[in-house]
Design a protein around this ligand. Structure first.
Ligand SMILES: [Mg+2]
Length: 275
């Protein structure tokens, strides 16, 4: 299992801890979605390490974070563990019989605000949650991490239009722009190129960022204007699927495929951890 981290881990330590947990637990549980988890490891490190106001899971005023691409749940569990919301024992139960920590997230887990995995729903729920915060005069913000393939879903664009029309400025969509999906590359399945232009055309404030540059993402998120009545925000995060493991990077196979022991050993070495 993951080793102990300093009380204030650096951004790179936070991201490395997520990758280590993803590799160790996906190997032990013999499950896939490894490439998707590695794609968002740095995004989660940025937001859970330096952006979200989430000191207390039970605080009504804390920020909300929805993992719309629910199949990357293991990376989210790792981040929640690093923030102290998921215990070491709970994390170690991942994929075992009777666990609350399955391959897709359940809202019974502290910090999981919405069950996800059925794609294309997260932004709609996030828009509603952010609108509710505004109606309650709450300062909480809502962040939705979604896959680029979710831009294939009509429900996503309904939410995009709704949030812009309602000027829900406390809503942030983070698009994991890794240009591939379960069974192919997005350009071949249903091309949604120039995502920034698309979101801008729908009335959103849009910023393109390097989804593996944690400092840049933190700086960008902290500079967003959450003033009431402003535009909702989209961060188009350019990422590499399977980031950090050479034989997984940009390879469709690693959406579903589990690792062999040899592959696990190589992956751990490549991300900088000795198995
Ligand atoms: Mg994708």
């Amino acid at each position: 299992m993951s080793g102990a981290l300093p009380s204030r881990p650096t951004a790179s330590e936070f991201a490395l801890a997520i990758r280590r947990t993803v590799l160790e637990l996906s190997r032990r549980a013999n499950v896939g979605h490894i490439g998707s988890c590695l794609s968002v490891a740095d995004i989660l490190a940025a937001f859970y390490g330096g952006v979200l106001r989430i000191e207390d899971p039970d605080a009504e005023e804390r920020d909300r974070f929805l993992l719309s691409k629910g199949h990357a749940a293991l990376a989210l569990y790792a981040a929640l563990h690093l923030r102290g919301w998921v215990t070491e024992e709970q994390l170690d139960s991942f994929g075992r019989n009777g666990t609350a920590l399955g391959v897709h997230p359940e809202h019974v887990v502290p910090g999981i605000d919405f069950c996800s995995g059925s794609l294309g729903h997260g932004l709609s729920v996030g828009a509603g949650s952010a609108l509710a915060a505004r109606m309650q005069s709450s300062g909480r913000r809502v962040f939705v991490l979604m896959s680029d393939a979710e831009l294939n879903e009509g429900s996503t664009w309904e939410a995009v239009m709704f949030a812009a029309h309602q000027r829900i400025s406390n809503l942030v969509a983070i698009v994991d722009w890794n240009r591939q999906q379960a069974l192919g590359y997005t350009k071949d399945v249903l091309d949604v190129d120039q995502p920034a232009e698309r979101w801008k055309a729908f009335g959103w404030d849009v910023v393109e960022v390097d989804g593996h540059d944690i400092e840049e993402m933190v700086r960008c998120a902290r500079s967003l204007d959450f003033s009431p009545g402003g535009r909702p925000h989209a961060l188009i995060a350019r990422t590499t699927f399977g980031k950090g493991v050479s034989f997984m990077e940009s390879q469709i196979k690693w959406h579903y495929w589990p690792m062999s022991e040899t592959e696990f050993s190589q992956a751990m070495t490549e991300v900088g951890v000795r198995p």
